[in-house]
Design a protein around this ligand. Sequence first.
Ligand code: ATP
Ligand code: MG
Length: 239
Amino acid sequence: MQALDGVDLTLREGRALGIVGESGSGKSTLARILVGLEEPSSGTVLFQGKPLVEALRARSAFHREVQFVFQNSLGALNPRKRIGSILHTHLQILEGGTATEVKARVREVAEAVDLPEDLLERFPHALSGGQAQRVNLARALLTHPRVIVMDEPVAALDVSVQARVLRLLRRLAETFTFTLVFITHDLAVVDYLCDEVCVMREGKVVESGSTADVLTRPHEAYTRALMDASRATSHGMPS
Ligand SMILES: Nc1ncnc2c1ncn2[C@@H]1O[C@H](COP(=O)(O)OP(=O)(O)OP(=O)(O)O)[C@@H](O)[C@H]1O
Ligand SMILES: [Mg+2]
């Protein structure tokens, strides 16, 4: 089967792009291709004008510049390491720096995502889902990345926690400068966070444009159905 077919999209620097579609429409496959975890069988991904394969050769530079956050917040954290050590190691490996510099940056970013300092002493199993996802956000931000790809980062959280993390994400997008790719099945979330949207169905992009345009004048019946579905479940949105 073809998970993606003829996908053509441009990610503009400093913007937030939402990728939305029903389950199985190819969103995660696209996310994995964008961050270099999977290779497309044909076609190319350009990062800053150069093929991604070239960027990946300069491994640590690419991994500093492009970060990702996935749905399974706890699964993304090494269960044997304390949170502080997880963050410290990530930054140390990708960027180096003295112990004092690394510690200061970890503290700065932990504060930006509302992680209390005592939490850095804990192991992942002693965190709630929302806390674990804030650790993943902190880790993604440590290296001043240019792009962060998030694949359904709030989908596994219950609604009140989801609203809190979404509010935090919007604040982070204002204070840090990164380009965001935000994958979700919920158009209400796209409306809240994203400048642009790309609607996927069965591996194809069926509609794209500015979020305001697509949501006020959807061309596709499929997009309208996604809008109805998200309206019915939008109680997790920040008020
Ligand atoms: N490694 C793989 N081998 C075979 N098929 C795959 C593989 N990865 C994904 N697929 C298939 O490709 C299609 C797209 O999957 P993908 O995970 O990208 O969808 P999705 O939009 O992220 O769905 P969801 O919203 O449920 O996360 C699905 O039909 C899936 O079964
Ligand atoms: Mg997926």
